[in-house]
Write a protein that binds this ligand. Structure first.
Ligand SMILES: Cc1cc2nc3c(=O)[nH]c(=O)nc-3n(C[C@H](O)[C@H](O)[C@H](O)COP(=O)(O)OP(=O)(O)OC[C@H]3O[C@@H](n4cnc5c(N)ncnc54)[C@H](O)[C@@H]3O)c2cc1C
Length: 397
């Protein structure tokens, strides 16, 4: 709750002017807080007379921040295979570690993964902390969180990064809470500030309309999840040297309240649109599940896969794993053909790094044309079948 100290408040209105949510008004010379307050804290920082504070959010400065050193990445794996995002984290992690002049460590949990540790070293890690145990074969949040917390307490890394994937988003907040550390979710940029070595964590905010750079000056480790497909993977050098340290695991650490009965692969997730070079995306303009047959035909002809806007997913025409954008996946294919998609900012943030964008839209003013390499103004129900036919003909000849 945002508390106004009426003895200190001078009714200057700075908080009112700074509140993006319009949640503060000055009435009779005193700031008054409405229910719409999101506790973002920006008014607290701007109040020169320190009349505002958020109850329970007083800053506690951890003792001896300098005792924390080294960059860590959480190398996620599934079914014995290291996730591509782990190699992207090694790419950015290597840069950060070199800038700080510290070691880059990959933390790898699983069963039978000893051979994979070498891949992490070849891609940039100086050290791999390997927790290899049959009990870690399946992801269980409580066990992974506990083991990671123990390692963080023992080794004291200054930075801990994980992929903004289902697993990363579940294990990392748990560790941040246990450590009382800050966490920035879904980063698209990371850098070190030269003057003091602070990790600058950049992510889209306010619906993707601004980029916010966040720092955690009072606690360690500085923790962030990073969007897959945004960072370049580390360069592979099979001759790189590094050390693999086996993590000791007590029964107590491995004890879990979760029992995994079965793991089922979602048919829809068989195709990971983040790893495909050609994507044909459909939006509200596709009009129905049936309309997506046209999109599917073009995708098949180009050896690509089908993607979608949130409007199409929300309408139930296609399932969520196909969604591109702020609350979907970030993709960077060689070719992205957007059919009946307006190009809202929340969609654009997920596809704007595609190499070539082709937009098909009957509204010549649709924002998607600002991102497009080639634009086709017209009805997708005419253009898409024509395009598919032409490609078929070309292939045939
Ligand atoms: C917090 C938040 C998160 C969000 N996350 C995402 C996200 O991850 N991904 C996402 O996509 N959106 C997301 N959105 C929603 C986003 O703001 C847009 O509403 C959405 O992207 C619109 O989808 P669309 O372009 O398919 O539909 P519309 O904006 O309705 O556009 C449809 C387009 O199709 C064109 N069209 C219609 N019929 C035809 C035709 N026959 N031929 C050719 N063109 C035609 C129209 O001219 C129009 O430009 C989010 C919104 C919020 C608030």
């Amino acid at each position: 709750m945002l508390i106004v100290d009426v003895d200190k408040c001078i009714g200057c209105g700075v908080c009112e002017a700074n509140c993006t949510f319009g949640a503060i008004t000055v009435e009779d010379g005193i700031a008054v807080v409405a229910d719409t307050c999101t506790l973002c804290g920006s008014c607290v920082d701007t109040c020169e007379v320190e009349a505002l504070h958020i109850e329970g959010a007083e800053k506690t400065v951890q003792a001896d921040l300098s005792a924390w050193s080294g960059i860590w990445i959480f190398a996620e794996s599934r079914h014995g295979v290291i996730a591509p995002v782990a190699f992207e984290l090694l790419g950015i992690g290597r840069k950060l570690a070199d800038q700080r002049g510290v070691e880059l460590t990959a933390v790898l949990f699983g069963s039978g993964l000893a051979d994979s540790a070498g891949d992490l070293i070849a891609s940039g890690a100086d050290k791999v902390l390997l927790a290899d145990h049959p009990e870690l074969a399946q992801y269980r949040e409580d066990v992974f969180g506990r083991v990671l917390e123990q390692l963080v307490k023992e080794y004291k890394p200054e930075v801990l990064l994980a992929g903004a994937t289902a697993i990363g988003r579940s294990v990392i907040p748990q560790v941040a809470t246990l450590m009382g550390a800050g966490l920035t979710a879904d980063c698209t940029g990371l850098a070190i500030r030269e003057e003091d070595g602070m990790l600058l964590q950049t992510r889209p905010a306010f619906g993707g309309n601004i980029m916010a750079t966040i720092e955690c000056p009072h606690s360690r480790p500085q923790m962030a999840t990073v969007r897959p497909n945004v960072m370049a993977p580390g360069e592979v050098d099979p001759d790189r040297n590094g050390t693999v340290v086996a993590v000791e695991l007590s029964d107590e650490l491995l004890d879990s309240r979760v029992q995994v009965l079965e793991t089922v692969i979602n048919e829809d997730e068989q195709v990971n649109i983040q790893e495909i070079e050609v994507l044909i995306a459909g939006g509200r303009g596709v009009e129905s599940e049936k309309g997506f047959d046209l999109i599917q035909e073009l995708a098949a002809e180009l050896n690509g896969a089908v993607a979608a806007s949130r409007a199409a997913v929300d309408a139930g025409w296609i399932s969520y794993p196909h969604q591109v954008g702020q609350t979907g996946k970030t993709v960077c294919p060689k070719l992205y053909i957007a059919c009946g998609i307006s190009g809202a900012i929340q969609h654009a943030v997920g596809m704007q790094s595609a190499e070539t964008v082709v937009a098909i839209n009957r509204d010549e003013n649709a924002p998607i044309f600002d991102l497009a390499t080639f634009g086709l103004v017209g009805d997708l129900f005419e253009i898409v079948p024509l395009l598919t036919k032409k490609i078929k003909e070309q292939r045939g000849s």
